[in-house]
Design a protein around this ligand. Sequence first.
Ligand code: CP
Ligand code: NVA
Length: 321
Amino acid sequence: MSGQLRHFLRDDDLNHEEQRQVLELGMKFRQDRHYHTPFAGPQAVAVLFDKPSTRTRSSFSIGVAELGGYPLVIDQAGSQLGRGEPVDDTARVLTRMASAIVWRTFGQDRIEAMAANASVPVVNALTDLFHPCQILADFLTIAQFRGGVDALPGKTIAYLGDSANNMANSYLMGGATAGMHVRLAGPQGFLPDARIVEEAQALADRNDGSILVTTDPLEAASGADCIFTDTWVSMGEEAEYAIRSKPFWDYQVNERVMAAAKDDALFQHCLPAYRGKEVTASVIDGPQSVVWDEAENRLHAQKALLTWLIGQQSDDQTLLA
Ligand code: CP
Ligand code: NVA
């Protein structure tokens, strides 16, 4: 292999042009699920889970199979990682067998350690800090409904709720990479880390986007092209359920929030959703909601991402021509 080893550990591991290329490939996979089979051989892709999953598990498993490969899905309980084997050693083993490693885990430092010891692409399938594959699917969904990938720069996206979680961080970094106007609204104590906002701001400046972090939900939603939310209690935070049910009520996505956005604004949610909490049933089950397309787009976006990463490594640029 003469190309470059690339990982996707956080949204800004792809620059503006690379993100555009992956999303364009995603549109092609949307049109033809068997557009390309980079793993034909077949090669294995290790897909590891330290946390529960429905969409990520199914989209990577089915996606790898559709790319001609063999998904090797390993849960924490069934792996030596779950019994304390070092991440570095796990990486050294998997990298000798699999063509790529996909991992959902807790700390970002864990997936960074995996990548540091792997000679195949490593993909973040959600950490406490980022969920970058979800953002690719979400942007593919905007492209699907709003005139293609070239229509993404300049769009205004608003995320309401827990603005300190992995989804909020990924909207900041991914949206700034795309050249979008990214707005986050959440209560004090649940706003993004200043360092991430600073990094997103620098990216936004470079790509003609902008960043707004506010405690005012309607300021964020006003005139937005797409409204997003997520659970108020992320995986691993279950012990905080009682404290986390109170501060977010003003940030629930309901008809008042949707009325503040553009008339044709889309609603998206990474799922699983808790109706009556972060979003009302009237919105998520209503006419502006595109959450089922969004879930399907996990499949197309991740097939595109894996194809792109493998293409970089093998120096095969033909798909990007
Ligand atoms: N949105 C998402 O990542 O869903 P799962 O937790 O079901 O994979
Ligand atoms: N913020 C949520 C996203 C779930 C897909 C969590 O980490 O649980």
